[in-house]
Design a protein around this ligand. Sequence first.
Ligand SMILES: Cc1cc2nc3c(=O)[nH]c(=O)nc-3n(C[C@H](O)[C@H](O)[C@H](O)COP(=O)(O)OP(=O)(O)OC[C@H]3O[C@@H](n4cnc5c(N)ncnc54)[C@H](O)[C@@H]3O)c2cc1C
Length: 404
Amino acid sequence: MSRPFVNWSGSLAFTPSGRAEPADEDEVRELVLRARESGTTLRPVGSGHSSSPLVRTDGTLVSLDRMVGVIDMAGDRATVRGGSRLKELGEGLYDAGLAMENLGDVDYQSIAGATATGTHGTGLRFGNLSTQVSEARLVTGTGEVLDVSPTSNSDLLPAVRLSLGVLGVVTQLTLALLPRYDLRRRAWCAPVQWTLDHLAELQHRNRNMDFYWYPRSDLTQIRTINRADEVPEVPIEASRMSASDGWYEPRDLEVGPTHRTIPQHRELRFEEIEYMLPSEAFPACFAEVRRRIRDRHRRTVGWRVLVRTIAADDIWLSNAYGRATTTIACLQNASLPYEEYFRDMETVFRQYGGRPHWGKKHWLTAEDLRPLFPRWDDFQAARRRLDPDGVFLTPDLARLLEEA
Ligand SMILES: Cc1cc2nc3c(=O)[nH]c(=O)nc-3n(C[C@H](O)[C@H](O)[C@H](O)COP(=O)(O)OP(=O)(O)OC[C@H]3O[C@@H](n4cnc5c(N)ncnc54)[C@H](O)[C@@H]3O)c2cc1C
């Protein structure tokens, strides 16, 4: 037995029988072949920021912490090693005059781990991080080193861009990038009804826009990010609002490059459930979430609820597959009970056609998930092809991906 693994929030803990930190692709191949021969499982792990049991195994946990950095840059593309953390990647790309088009709320994750679960930020124009992947290389369950790109094994690209780590160990990824640019982050507080009334306008006028709703005060904090050279606008009526309504004027919080402006530091540990809804279902779903939290969970829930948007894509297991998406995330301090609250919220999200975030808390199994993803069967066929012996398939993942 090796040392125990504990995820970022502390709610997922187990002891794998072994841990490995391969230095190169050959060592990854050896690990896969050994697991295949011995009939044990192997789970790739990134920075351990997921709280669903994607990496839990009694077999070997494989970290690519020694396989990091940029391999090659050409024009607006960079090929990077799978273990690279978003933070270091951002710095390296910036030095080379490049930037990712969007990022999520933090940058602690590895690039392979973040894209394996469809990690996303906000902004009507932006897909999740998996949409920025144009090519990938992985060591499959048979030990084959497979390049997947628009010109090589292209049929597998919509599976490999968001793979939950069940198609193989992703050793490198090619990302489509933008020339580097500076952004301006702003925030202000407003009553929830004002935010909901102006939501479409706020989303359209700003490059990135999201808001927190605070259940106890029923107020919101609106966060916008725009290019630093654009003058951001705040809609209307602002002059009529006052602090007694819960209104605080927009403030510039930060101006700087993408990788320093979009991600935030998160010191306080929390648990989270996040569901991706068809955007047209958001108003009714949010109204129900708000009513239920205030009616049933007010005493135990002090933490905020986050609302973001993701552009539609065509990645088979993406939770924004085929639809413009609005997400609702409920957060709870990691030291407090979360399950009753999150399970109740999950019943609401499901009523409105929500799909769960793969890396956060949810209680769905393959039977529930299959109807939510039109290309579900294609993904499972790709998985059986690339991992015929189930080297990457733990009991948790079998429940998630294989109908009983
Ligand atoms: C504080 C915090 C903030 C967050 N903010 C956001 C956010 O803004 N937006 C959002 O969408 N999500 C967010 N998340 C969720 C997080 O981005 C995902 O859970 C992400 O997958 C974590 O990446 P990781 O590197 O920690 O991967 P892990 O959690 O370690 O692994 C995640 C998945 O990736 C697979 N994987 C890892 N490495 C490889 C590899 N080399 N090859 C193949 N598969 C691999 C694993 O097997 C697993 O299935 C947040 C989580 C936390 C704790």
